[in-house]
Design a protein around this ligand. Structure first.
Ligand code: PMP
Length: 352
């Protein structure tokens, strides 16, 4: 950092995104993207909208809000859209700073970064030994709560009944449920939005809707909370979602069948991969997401990561002590998973 950098940000450790390699062609199983392209209708909508890029995007997000509301069975006043769900999460930490936030010790690495950036206190509540969320501890936490469900990088999902216990335990604090991976087998909390005015459900188009590069996320909540987040949005960037992405998002929602089938394929590939890995002696946590969190007594996480990388397969390794033995493997096409499995098998044979 230069000597000009704000001293109030001296403790900021920026989020480290997964590698986006250039040059060498890798089998890319490291950032939980979809292996499937956007639907034809999405590509056509983007091409059509490109003609209007001389104009700013709609700051009210009207068309996309209406489409999201119809998809999720809520009103447009319950919806805000964002530049990736990361932006919605950032807005949320800005908007609800007073009580601070509690989140699991093992979860999405951006939560503590947003808190530090916005100078919001946070507390990490350890996952239980089996990596499940400690529901009682969150029920009694005085802070606002942020939980990824299914959680990342574990893939473990919390039943909706447990989510409801946490939300209803204290109506005086905000509970954020980050449902980035819900379309791969989790239970959505969207149906609770009409019932609890302290609940915010965050979603993304980056995973099951094949739009990671388009950067589109959203949050669903009671109208007063959406108004809070809109106040932050209009104070940050009223044109936060660009024209191409607004059109792409609305078109993707119309192609629900295509994306639903892709999610089913990913689920089938996940179960296939987990089974094959278990046969090789790996432990795979029970995942409801588009990735598996795996470990083997035969090889440490960092070493498996490095050896796979040498062989052209990228997975994600985290250095946090509690999970350093693990790797997170995104579920891709069947051909990609077969390549990953055979390279892994060869590595195990090599070190034997
Ligand atoms: N939440 C979780 C749990 C994630 O893993 C991710 C993806 N890195 C995000 C939110 C953010 O995704 P995006 O900004 O692409 O919507």
């Amino acid at each position: 950092m230069s000597e000009f950098f704000s001293s109030r940000l001296s403790s900021l450790t920026p989020y480290t995104p997964g590698e986006q390699p250039r040059g060498r062609k890798y089998i890319k199983l490291n950032t939980n993207e979809s292996p499937f392209p956007p639907s034809e209708a999405v590509i056509e909508a983007i091409a059509d909208e490109a003609k209007s890029l001389n104009l700013y995007s709609d700051p009210s997000l009207t068309e996309l809000r209406a489409a999201l509301a119809a998809t999720y069975g809520v009103a447009p006043e319950n919806v805000i859209a964002s530049n990736g769900s990361d932006e919605a999460l950032n807005f949320i930490t800005m908007a609800y700073a007073d009580k601070g936030f509690a989140f699991p010790d093992i979860t999405y690495g951006f939560y503590p970064v947003f808190c530090t950036l916005n100078r919001v206190n946070y507390r990490e509540i350890p996952l239980k030994d089996d990596f499940s969320v400690d529901v009682e501890a969150f029920m009694s936490a005085p802070e606002n709560v942020m939980i990824a469900n299914p959680n990342a990088p574990t893939g473990i999902a919390l039943p909706l009944s447990d989510v409801e216990r946490i939300v209803s335990a204290d109506p005086g604090r905000i509970v954020v449920i980050d449902e980035a991976y819900v379309d791969f087998g989790g239970e959505s909390a969207v149906k609770l939005i009409g019932k609890y005015r302290n609940l915010i459900v965050v979603g993304t188009f980056s995973k099951s809707r094949s739009l990671a590069g388009g950067r589109l996320g959203f949050a669903l909540a009671a109208p007063e909370l959406i108004a809070d987040l809109d106040a932050i949005r209009f104070s940050t960037n009223p044109y936060n979602v660009n024209r191409l992405t607004l059109r792409a998002g609305a078109a993707a929602l119309k192609d629900a069948e295509y994306y639903k089938n892709n999610a089913l394929t990913i689920i089938a590939n996940r179960e296939y991969t987990a089974e094959r890995l278990r046969e090789m002696g790996f432990e795979a946590l029970p995942s409801k997401a588009n990735f598996l969190f795996i470990r083997s007594d035969k090889i440490e996480g960092a070493e498996l990561y490095a050896r796979l990388r040498d062989r052209g397969v990228l997975v994600r390794h985290f250095t946090k002590p509690r999970i350093s033995y693990y790797n997170r493997v995104t579920i891709g096409s069947r051909a990609e998973m077969d390549a990953f499995l055979s390279e892994t098998e060869e590595i195990l044979n090599e070190i034997r």
